[in-house]
Design a protein around this ligand. Structure first.
Ligand SMILES: NC(=O)c1ccc[n+]([C@@H]2O[C@H](COP(=O)([O-])OP(=O)(O)OC[C@H]3O[C@@H](n4cnc5c(N)ncnc54)[C@H](OP(=O)(O)O)[C@@H]3O)[C@@H](O)[C@H]2O)c1
Length: 232
């Protein structure tokens, strides 16, 4: 498997680059020089220090995403780590961000020439679930699939293990529990964000025959670990 690349003239965009996974993904993309051009599409400009020169940033209004079609033009690959929580945005806001914004971005990406869309979903995603979170994740997977990319990779991580600065008490408790479980069953229900990010990059560097590929938590671990960590 290819583990490093020189960009090969390819370009990608990242949605959600300011988040826990998105930040790691950006670090990984830049460290591996996997793409010649990297565009961050977000609702605010990010201060990235030295990395700022290596990326383009498009600040968009997600409520008027159709007016920002240009930001999605000309990228071979699109990565999506976008998401909010019900606690932060309310139920309607959660659906709007995690389903509607993502589905609309996928449509614009396809119209702009994107061939491979990589979506960070969730373990247990299921459009028929009676739980809002899992149902919305299942619905957005279906919507993104329906866009008809040449390739679509859906990652379904378990609980993300990360050091989040923002206070999310419930998530913190869940992380402590699954962090302990991970000592015995490391690939069952949780995954470090660094591993997710490596798996996201690895899946685009691999040739893929399948039009739609779903990576469950264990497969994310395997793919993420198959790639040497930067600096090792
Ligand atoms: N937490 C878990 O254990 C877990 C488990 C499985 C799957 N997931 C899913 O994995 C994905 C990434 O999770 P994460 O924890 O890495 O994300 P995160 O740290 O919460 O970051 C979310 C990203 O989405 C952006 N965003 C949020 N609300 C927005 C809005 N209204 N308009 C525009 N952008 C908005 C944020 O931008 P700003 O910085 O501007 O707010 C940020 O870049 C999410 O879809 C999540 O549901 C999470």
């Amino acid at each position: 498997m290819a583990t490093a690349a020189s960009g090969g003239g390819r370009s990608c965009f990242v949605l959600g680059a300011s988040g826990q996974t998105g930040r790691e993904l950006l670090r990984e993309l830049l460290a591996r020089r996997a793409f010649t051009r990297v565009t961050l599409i977000g609702r605010r400009r990010l201060s990235l220090g030295e990395a700022e020169a290596a990326v383009e940033q498009a600040v968009v209004d997600f409520e008027r995403l159709g007016e920002h079609a240009a930001a999605f033009q000309g990228h071979d690959v699109g990565f999506c780590c976008l998401g909010t929580t019900r606690a932060k945005a309310g139920a309607d806001g959660f659906v709007r961000v995690d389903r509607d914004y993502v589905a609309q971005a996928a449509e614009l990406a396809r119209a702009g020439g994107c061939k491979h869309f990589v979506l960070q979903s969730s373990q247990g995603a299921n459009a028929q679930s009676r739980f809002l979170y899992l149902r919305v994740k299942g619905e957005v997977e279906n919507l993104v699939n329906a866009v008809g990319f040449d390739r679509c990779t859906i990652l379904r991580p378990g609980v993300l293990l990360c050091k989040r600065q923002e206070s999310r008490p419930m998530e913190w408790i869940v992380q402590q529990f699954f962090g302990a479980v991970a000592c015995v069953f490391p690939t069952a229900n949780s995954v470090p964000v660094e591993t997710v990010a490596r798996a996201m990059v690895a899946c685009v560097l691999q040739p893929g025959e399948e039009k739609v590929k779903v990576l469950e938590n264990r497969a994310i671990h395997e793919l993420g670990k198959a790639v040497p960590q930067q600096g090792t």
